[in-house]
Ligand binder design. Structure first.
Ligand SMILES: Cc1ncc(COP(=O)(O)O)c(C=O)c1O
Length: 381
């Protein structure tokens, strides 16, 4: 049985060109970038080249790129580090953020901050009117993601950043799902800080970055030898950073082709879905071209995901499994979706590697599995 990977918002396969660029830094050229000898200087140069490549893909200056190990770390750094040096004590995060944004904001409550969610509408977009109201309270930091990992819905970040700046708040955006999937320009988004991560764009796991306006007074998460301008100590993961740099360059140069290809696959897929009774979330507003998030009536998303996996298709459910129950997607609940419908949610996320034939085959398998599960439910009822 062939296996087809349709879960690219979770992670992506390493591009073979990226692997080739990384290998020397794990084998023959293993210098510490802080060392003064030839090996060290070569590693330093490789990091600086990667910094320029990341900056270019993000519409930023190289001097604004701070490498971290993961997007999770960059988000924690932004939320905790930026709020720490502000006088205001309110942190606002949208109700659909990844937990690596909401949890550090909640953790700041122990230091006397209040953490408030920002509401989204039924399509998953931030409601500007209530946000304006919330910003009347002095706010240290506002964090709204550029594109949602479940629905793919894209926010009007520049507009939200304008409101944040007018109120005196710092503005952060988690652009982990945006990088490589849509045009990205740090300057145009008008934010103070932006998170990106390597493994979502066919780069290696273990490299990410916070793009930061240098005027922002931020506290480091990690103290030590002073790497990354003293803002993120720890010996750099040279190979992963080199891979991240090249993955950024490749993603940026292929963006138009990627978007056209994934948009066509998604259209074909959602056209096929229209024959089945499903709800597609966020499809009335701008979404990432590769993402489709839908729910089938009366079938648990988790059950469907496992059934599809047995047929060789890797997709994701919107729910999180805790020890004794399946929690519906928090993103869908924030969009006002009924909990029973939300429990049925399944996410398909394409990449340039997927083909129209795979989509056609997947639709046939999906149809079969849905019919089979419905029959089982009918028998059990
Ligand atoms: C929107 C978003 N933010 C942050 C992260 C975390 O990034 P990383 O896996 O690099 O820690 C993810 C990963 O799933 C994500 O989808």
């Amino acid at each position: 049985m062939t296996s087809v990977y349709l879960d690219h918002n979770a992670t992506t396969q390493l591009d073979s060109r990226v692997l080739a660029a990384m290998l020397p830094w794990m084998q023959t050229q293993s210098g510490n970038p802080t060392s003064r000898h030839t090996f060290g200087r070569a590693a330093r140069e490789a990091i600086e080249r990667a910094r320029s490549q990341v900056a270019q893909a993000c519409g930023a200056y190289a001097s604004q790129v701070i490498f971290t190990a993961t997007g999770t770390e960059a988000n924690n750094f932004a939320i905790k580090g930026m709020a720490a040096n502000q006088v205001a004590r309110q942190i606002l995060t949208s109700a659909i953020e990844h937990p690596c944004v909401t949890r550090p904001a909640l953790a700041m409550q122990a230091l006397g901050y209040s953490s408030q969610p920002i509401a989204v509408n039924e399509q998953g977009k931030v409601d500007l009117a209530p946000l304006k109201n919330q910003l009347k309270t002095p706010t240290a930091l506002l964090s709204v993601m550029l594109a949602n990992n479940e629905t793919g819905v894209v926010q009007d970040i520049a507009e939200i950043a304008k409101l944040a700046r007018a109120s005196g708040a710092l503005m952060h955006t988690d652009a982990v799902q945006g990088l490589g999937k849509m045009a990205l320009n740090f300057t145009d988004l008008n934010v103070h800080a932006m998170t990106v991560s390597s493994h979502k764009i066919h780069g290696p796991q273990g490299a990410a970055a916070l793009i930061l306006d240098k005027r922002v007074d931020i506290q480091p998460l990690l103290h030590g030898g002073g790497q990354e301008r003293g803002l993120r100590s720890g010996t750099e993961n040279v190979a992963a950073i080199v891979g991240f740099g090249l993955a950024c360059e490749l993603a940026a140069s292929n963006l138009a082709t990627y978007q056209a290809h994934t948009q066509a696959l998604r259209a074909q897929f959602e056209q096929g879905l229209s024959a089945i009774k499903v709800s597609i979330f966020g499809n009335q507003v701008a979404r990432l071209s590769n993402t489709s998030f839908f729910a089938v009536d009366n079938i648990e998303g988790e059950t469907l995901v496992m059934a599809l996996d047995r047929q060789g298709y890797a997709v994701a459910s919107g729910s999180a499994c805790s020890s004794d129950s399946t929690e519906p997607s928090q993103v869908l609940l924030a969009m006002g979706v009924n909990a029973d419908v939300a429990r049925g949610a399944v996410r398909v996320s394409f990449s340039a590697h997927n083909t129209a034939q795979q989509v056609a085959d997947f639709l046939a398998v999906l149809n079969n599995e849905i019919n089979r599960l419905k029959q089982m439910t009918a028998i059990a009822a």
